[in-house]
Design a protein around this ligand. Structure first.
Ligand SMILES: Nc1nc2c(ncn2[C@@H]2O[C@H](COP(=O)(O)OP(=O)(O)OP(=O)(O)O)[C@@H](O)[C@H]2O)c(=O)[nH]1
Ligand SMILES: [Zn+2]
Length: 195
């Protein structure tokens, strides 16, 4: 990286992206000198950096920062975790909820870390299937539980505002590892999240 530190890198990226947004907005037929739009390229550059900050975050470190030895042997579920991501095909939002469960294997994880890793992977250019699998694999490989399950339900703006223009369709993706590959355990989880 040709920059001295991360802060300098951020300023440089904001400047670069800002200039490109200015061109895009003009190409789309707007006047970037009108009052309401003067700061828009910079705002958009900062917003996009916020929405893609997951590239600069380490989900494994986040989980490892709060793992505790504990003998609890039952299912732990955190459901209704809201998520906002960007579809990698159109760079339009998709948003919805993630439901995560795991069965500990000698260690538990700080509950807040599960939504935190959802955000790390969601704040990238994504497809819902990969997002689901990345959350699943990260928990499985780091916490090494007896099992882990992830369900994501999301609405895709690229299917709502444009393209096929369907307002009510919800896409569900899921992944199961370990104990959750057994149908009874999987069904118990699905029942507990109301599916
Ligand atoms: N599998 C999957 N597809 C997605 C996701 N987000 C958006 N898509 C789809 O990506 C596809 C891209 O298809 P293309 O035909 O290349 O793009 P397009 O011409 O804009 O397609 P339309 O959206 O049908 O107008 C579309 O079918 C989108 O619905 C996602 O998370 N997972
Ligand atoms: Zn899309």
């Amino acid at each position: 990286m040709p920059y001295k530190n991360f802060e300098e890198y951020n300023i440089q990226v904001t400047d670069d992206v800002k200039e490109r947004y200015k061109n895009i907005i003009e190409d789309l037929g707007e006047n970037t000198d009108r009052e309401g739009l003067i700061k828009t390229p910079e705002r958009a550059a900062k917003a996009m950096q916020f929405l893609t900050q997951g590239y600069n975050q380490d989900p494994v470190e986040i989980l490892k920062s709060a793992m505790f030895k504990e003998s609890y042997n039952e299912m732990v579920i955190v459901k209704d975790i809201e998520l906002y991501s960007l579809c990698e095909h159109h760079i339009l939002p998709f948003f919805g909820k993630a439901h995560i469960a795991y069965i500990p294997n000698g260690q538990i994880v700080g509950l807040s870390k599960l939504p935190r890793i959802v955000d790390v992977f969601a704040r990238r250019l994504q497809v819902q299937e990969r997002l689901t699998e990345q959350v699943l694999d990260c928990i499985n490989d780091t916490l090494k539980p007896q099992g882990v399950a992830v369900v994501i339900e999301a609405s895709h703006m690229c299917m709502m505002m444009r393209g096929v223009q369907k307002q009510n369709s919800i896409t569900t993706t899921s992944g199961f590892r370990g104990q959750f590959e057994k149908i009874e355990t999987r069904n118990e989880f699905l029942k507990l999240i109301g599916k």
